[in-house]
Write a protein that binds this ligand. Structure first.
Ligand code: RP5
Ligand code: MG
Ligand code: MG
Length: 269
């Protein structure tokens, strides 16, 4: 597995907490880093939240690491992660911060990412693959409209729910609108193809908590089905649009790698 970059930037997101500098070669745990003295950061924003884990050491909290723990999947797509002094260790390596930052779960925090694609037809030129991106409220970056898997939820269902929340504003849609979407798009969203499952280089990652995702491609070859999508940013998204997949794309976390894998799927003959 390659090393991470975005979770080693100087300031931890939504805080003034500085990450301890980790040079590339000191990322892997097996490389000794004697002077490594990262700060601990547990954001007050997750305290007492029903979707967040308890503190490690609290007798009421008995997580089953590397296992499906009731409704919560604590398995990593990367393989078995280590537990050191009771704390799960980031499988990629050091991030310069101990604790779980703003993430709800210790260990893997599972998400799903939908990549909805179509071709943009150009006169006398090769068509360009486009995907639907949202603008994140937290960082202002363009991203896949993904989100966290709810306890007990199937990951494939998360991808569709998050697409509808962030790119269609389903949270504010009426029951009639939702019934209409079901009639128009149910088949389209039933045909997702898994593109990636694994670690995400998310700026929120820490030494003890990290993002993982499963990304699905929902592709409309003719473009006629997705033409009927009424895009409207919702929930934590403040913008939504079709974006050309080009080499110079700049996206949140590891989303460019995911989108590039989708492009490869449609262009490799
Ligand atoms: C990324 O964060 C995942 O790839 C997914 O897109 C997203 C989930 O977090 P929220 O959008 O719910 O903040 O790591
Ligand atoms: Mg969301
Ligand atoms: Mg989201």
């Amino acid at each position: 597995m390659s090393i991470h970059f975005k979770c080693r930037s100087r300031l931890y997101p939504r805080s003034n907490v500085e990450r301890f500098p980790v040079p590339d070669e000191k990322v892997p745990w097996f490389v000794e880093y004697k002077d490594y003295k990262p700060s601990t950061y547990n954001s007050p924003s997750i305290e007492g939240k029903p979707w967040a884990d308890n503190e490690i050491g609290n007798p009421a909290f008995k997580p089953k690491w590397n296992d499906v723990d009731g409704n919560v999947n604590r398995k990593s797509y990367v393989g078995l992660y280590e537990i050191k002094d009771g704390y799960p260790l980031n499988p990629v390596g050091r991030t310069g911060i101990v604790g779980r930052g703003v993430l709800g779960r210790w260990g893997p925090n599972h998400a799903a990412d939908p990549v909805v694609t179509r071709w943009k037809q150009l006169n006398n030129k090769e068509p360009v693959l486009q995907f639907i991106a949202i603008k994140r409220r937290d960082t202002g970056e363009w991203a896949l409209p993904g989100g966290m898997v709810d306890p007990g939820e199937k990951v494939a269902a998360t991808a569709i729910r998050e697409f509808q929340e962030e790119a269609m504003n389903s949270i504010e849609a009426t029951e009639d609108e939702k019934a209409e979407w079901k009639a128009k798009f149910h088949r389209f969203f039933s045909a997702g193809v898994e593109i990636y499952s694994g670690y995400v280089d998310d700026p929120r990652n820490t030494d003890n908590a990290w993002m993982e995702t499963v990304a699905y491609n929902f592709h409309d070859e003719s473009g006629t089905i997705v033409a009927a999508l009424e895009l409207k940013a919702g929930d934590d998204a403040v913008g939504v649009r079709w974006v050309d997949i080009t080499n110079d794309l700049n996206l949140y976390a590891s989303h460019k790698d995911i989108v590039s894998a989708v492009l490869k799927r449609h262009t490799d003959k």
